[in-house]
Design a binder for this molecule. Structure first.
Ligand SMILES: C[S@@+](CC[C@H](N)C(=O)[O-])C[C@H]1O[C@@H](n2cnc3c(N)ncnc32)[C@H](O)[C@@H]1O
Length: 241
């Protein structure tokens, strides 16, 4: 999968999900202001800009390289007035305006924050959203025992093998849907809806032998379980009280 492509399967899935929710109406209302957290090259934000002409996005990213790449893409695509890339840490409350946003999208980023509940991040997201605004979490599913185990193993491996760093962020973790529900409902949000997805992962096209083994195990779990254990990913929707 090309993670930079706004039409990759993840961007397609999230866009399709949003169409079924109250967020869709909000995205069509003028003007709608969205934060894309840990935006990287901004694939989700750029996709939503193409879907919703009234939308404006601020992308927050802590690494300078993706921000530089995103700035080039924004200029290339003529999006300067609608997509603002910002080099900043989402743990820093001061980088964004309080109640300045209608929607916060957190795609594949919160699992990069170790001990999330003990950081300023949940309070920051609440602070940046206006009352009634929405938070969408799209993340790996830490309730899936195979994904959790695989994450713990690679997490230790990254401490010793630098070559893994492009694929695994040191300190990267994985949270369950229950963890996110607990954290965000304690920080000014109501839980609206959520689900786990992607129960079956490719085996033949896994790339590495160890990944193929992990995916076989993952698929076996998907065959025999229901509920939060099943699925490699999760999507959760919260509303700020
Ligand atoms: C797995 S990548 C996801 C990129 C993009 N959202 C996507 O789904 O393709 C996680 C991104 O979050 C960024 N990130 C991690 N911690 C962050 C923080 N504290 N503040 C802002 N960005 C952060 C990383 O630099 C990385 O670009």
């Amino acid at each position: 999968m090309d993670y930079n492509d706004p039409h990759n399967v993840q961007c397609n899935a999230l866009t399709a999900f949003l169409r079924t929710t109250a967020v869709h109406g909000m995205l069509n209302a003028a003007p709608c202001r969205m934060l894309e957290l840990g935006c990287g090259s901004g694939p989700f934000g750029r996709r939503l800009l193409a879907e919703y002409p009234q939308l404006h996005v601020t992308g927050v990213e802590v690494l300078p390289e993706p921000v530089a790449a995103l700035r080039l893409i924004v200029t290339r695509d003529g999006l300067e007035r609608r997509y603002k890339p910002l080099l900043a840490d989402i743990a820093d409350a001061e980088v964004l305006e309080s109640s300045g946003y209608d929607l916060v999208l957190a795609p594949n980023v919160l699992h990069h924050i170790p001990r999330l509940a003990h950081t300023p991040v949940p309070d920051n997201l609440c602070r940046w959203l206006r009352p009634g605004g929405f938070l969408v979490v799209y993340d790996p599913n830490g309730a899936n025992p195979v994904q959790q185990l695989s994450n713990q193993v690679t997490r230790v491996a990254t401490l010793y093998i630098k070559a893994l760093h492009p694929y695994k962020w040191p300190g990267e973790t994985m949270y369950s849907p229950a963890y996110y529900r607990r954290v965000f409902t304690r920080h000014g949000f109501s839980y609206v809806y959520g689900f786990t997805h992607d129960p079956f992962l490719p085996v033949r096209d896994a790339g590495l032998f160890l990944l193929a083994v992990r995916n076989v195990l993952n698929n076996a779990v998907a065959l025999v379980t229901r509920g939060d254990w099943r699925g490699a990913g999760q999507t959760l929707l919260f509303r700020k009280d």
